[in-house]
Design a protein around this ligand. Structure first.
Ligand SMILES: Nc1ncnc2c1ncn2[C@@H]1O[C@H](COP(=O)(O)OP(=O)(O)O)[C@@H](O)[C@H]1O
Ligand SMILES: [Mg+2]
Length: 173
């Protein structure tokens, strides 16, 4: 349902980080929010950003999302949208939609919940368990893989197109 467009890209821009404890995962999310804000302010692109979050249960995907949300100015709790599939944060600028598709039985359900609307305009979509929505999700600009590496976590950030590259470049600067 989403067109790949012309921006198919063989990106090699990757960043790896060792996150020695929960605060480091939060800080990674906050840094990502600053990078996105910078890219949005420097371009007039109205298109949103899609971030796929990969990793086992308990890896730290929601923790990263909490960091990103607080980085955009969210105060208060960040609940895991495991049962609601999506938690909107529309009071933020940019708007953030936090998806958790773990319990999605059929990816076609995404059509019924009007998933297209979430990707309109300048929004950030965080997607936990994107594999459950395969075929019904827009492609990601950035993929973040988190894995447990005791005592902390290891994060691999990959830019999947030029927009993602712009964000990761800003993240590194
Ligand atoms: N860098 C880290 N090192 C150690 N523990 C972490 C780190 N980041 C997050 N955690 C912990 O791991 C768990 C991850 O939970 P959560 O973020 O809900 O995972 P997920 O959304 O991937 O299922 C939480 O208990 C959190 O405190
Ligand atoms: Mg989670």
């Amino acid at each position: 349902m989403f067109e790949m467009g012309a921006d198919i890209h063989t990106s090699t821009l990757t960043v790896t980080r060792y996150l020695e404890g929960e605060p480091a995962t939060i800080e990674l999310g906050q840094r990502m929010s600053r990078a996105i804000t910078k890219v949005f302010s420097e371009s007039d692109a109205s298109l949103g950003v899609v971030i796929y979050l990969q990793g086992d249960l308990g890896a730290g995907k929601t923790t990263f999302s909490r960091g990103l949300l607080t980085g955009f100015g969210h105060h208060g709790a960040v609940k895991s949208p495991t049962y609601t599939l999506v938690e909107p944060y529309e009071q933020l600028s940019p708007r953030v939609y936090h998806f958790d598709l773990y319990r999605l039985a059929d990816p076609e359900e995404l059509e019924f919940m009007g998933i297209r609307d979430y990707f309109e305009g300048q929004s950030v979509c965080l997607m936990e368990w994107p594999s459950r929505g395969e075929g019904f999700l827009p492609p990601a600009d950035i993929m973040i893989d988190i894995s447990v590496k005791a005592p902390g976590r290891s994060a691999l950030l990959t830019a999947l197109n030029s927009k993602g590259e712009g964000i990761l470049t800003s993240f590194l600067s």
